[in-house]
Write a protein that binds this ligand. Structure first.
Ligand code: ADP
Ligand code: MG
Length: 478
């Protein structure tokens, strides 16, 4: 029976949904409409050129696999892009999806003693091995977008970045072996781990580099045990020159995997191989790890990544925009960076939602749109106003530079801006007097209290001043 396009696309969506975060699915796949299915070519309509480019850039591999699975090896995808015509109505144009346009970072072909793929279970695909071949190519599984070039340097990540860079220049030969990168989620471990691998492939194409997520490693190990071919598993990993294992915290409480990893580690280390691991905890906080393994981690360097400061957050947004060839007003960039402070992944998520919304509804990217989206983005719809943000709005209002606020100057207008920042911080945030003081020119809590009284007095006595304060409060709360 012939499949129709709606059915086929729904099947594809089922697969896609299982493979990407829900938010991305909603953003990028829900707005797509299936148009037709002819000779194994499925045409889908996307709302804009930007959508098309984004999907091609980020989901092409997944789409290709999905289409092949659903429509067979001849399966093709075509996009129909809704274009804004000069008459104001939208008309679709069709483009053919480019195929296999990605460069793949290749490892040299190596000989395998035995075929490790023998008996591997079907539901956990082994990405490393081509079945039935003695000579194998091990794909390094690196994502080219996660390069050093795309990794913005800041105080928050300087040590980790430069250690990573040193390792990439001299894998296995620095004191940073193993290199352990740790931080809570969303601050750049995975990015940096890939960057090291990419740089090593670039500097030393003959080296076999492998990036693997730790849960993949565990699954392969479990498979190997089940099929009684642990030796093949060990041989495979012992061939690697640069082994990058992401999210190793899952190793806790898994003695079998720990043991396997311990032996692989020792073998690689003795051979001068490089090991890079990442974890969401510092080594000292990793519970359930054997002491002998923990002591191996201490041989090298543990470097943490921290939450980026405002400047770095702005630089990160600008880099992402630049890489995607998108322009965005400076005040919107600042607004994002001021309001999303905890984690780079969230910052990216908000940026992407903003771009998608603007593209979907054909609205310009404005501060207003950014506010709507961020309000939705930040939990409970109650956006926390930060002291940094208050300072920025106050300084913009009086047209003074934010550095002046933290300076020692006693110029009247600066003092007033400082006092207003303190007043609004007290009124609109949950920060203590002491921490407001520290944030506003390193003053003590008594100064903050004095500032609040002064502003309150002025509001009562000076009508014009009261007007300023009301206007400012509106701007801050907007
Ligand atoms: P983690 O592995 O620590 O959870 P990721 O490496 O996945 O975090 O980073 C989350 C997102 O933030 C990625 O898209 C990454 O590119 C981006 N990111 C994190 N730090 C930086 C940085 N310093 N410069 C540019 N992008 C960054
Ligand atoms: Mg990660």
């Amino acid at each position: 029976m012939k499949k129709n396009h709606i059915e086929a696309w729904n099947k594809c969506l089922d697969i896609i949904k299982d493979n990407i975060p829900y938010q991305s699915f909603k953003t990028w796949f829900e707005p797509i409409l299936p148009v037709k299915l002819e000779d194994s070519t499925l045409t889908i309509q996307v709302p804009s050129q930007f959508f098309y480019e984004w999907i091609e850039e980020h989901y092409i591999d997944l789409l290709k696999k999905t289409i092949t699975k659903e429509l067979g090896p001849d399966g093709q995808l075509e996009y129909s892009i809704l274009m804004e015509s000069s008459y104001g109505n939208s008309s679709p144009i069709t483009v053919k999806a480019p195929t296999s346009n990605r460069k793949v970072l290749k490892n040299p072909i190596v000989s395998m003693p035995i075929d490790i793929n023998r008996g591997t279970s079907k539901d956990i695909p082994n990405p490393f091995v081509i079945p039935g071949l003695k000579k194998i190519q091990i794909p390094s599984q690196l994502n080219e977008n996660y390069s050093f070039e795309n990794f913005v340097e800041g105080d928050c990540n300087r040590l980790a970045r430069s250690a990573g860079y040193a390792v990439a220049e001299n894998p296995g030969k620095t004191a940073f072996n193993p290199l352990l990168l740790y931080c809570p989620t969303g601050l750049g471990k995975t990015h940096l781990a890939h960057a090291i691998g990419i740089q090593i492939k670039h500097n030393f194409p003959e080296k076999i580099v492998l990036y693997v997520q730790f849960d993949q490693f565990i699954n392969q190990y479990i498979d190997a045990v089940r099929n009684n071919n642990q030796n093949d598993f060990m041989h495979f990993y012992q061939m690697i020159d640069v082994l990058i294992i992401d999210d190793i915290q899952f190793i806790a409480e898994k003695p079998g995997t720990q043991n396997a990893f311990f032996h692989i580690f020792n073998h690689l280390h003795q051979r001068g191989g490089q090991i890079v691991v990442t974890s969401d905890k510092a080594p000292i906080d990793m519970k359930g790890i054997e002491p002998r393994l923990l002591s191996r981690f201490k041989w090298g360097l543990s470097a943490d990544l921290q939450v980026p400061d405002l400047e770095t957050r702005i630089a990160i947004i600008e880099k992402k925009l630049y890489n995607n060839g998108i322009e965005m007003p400076r005040d919107v960039v600042e607004y994002l960076a001021y309001n999303i402070t905890t984690n780079v992944r969230e910052l990216e998520g908000a940026l992407i939602s903003l771009l998608a919304q603007s593209s979907l509804n054909k609205k310009a990217i404005t501060l207003e749109l950014a506010r709507q989206i961020i309000d939705k983005f930040i939990k409970n719809n109650s956006r926390e106003i930060s002291i940094d943000y208050i300072q920025k709005v106050v300084c913009d209002y009086f047209n003074i530079h934010i550095d002046m606020l933290n300076s020692k100057t006693r110029k009247r207008e600066i003092v007033q801006a400082r006092q207003l920042s303190m007043f609004f911080s007290k009124k609109l945030t949950k920060a203590s007097l002491a921490s407001i003081g520290t944030h506003c020119g390193n003053k003590d809590h008594a100064t903050v209290l004095h500032a609040c009284r002064t502003v309150n007095n002025l509001i009562e006595t000076d009508k014009q001043f009261k007007g300023y304060v009301e206007e400012l409060e509106k701007k801050i709360k907007l």
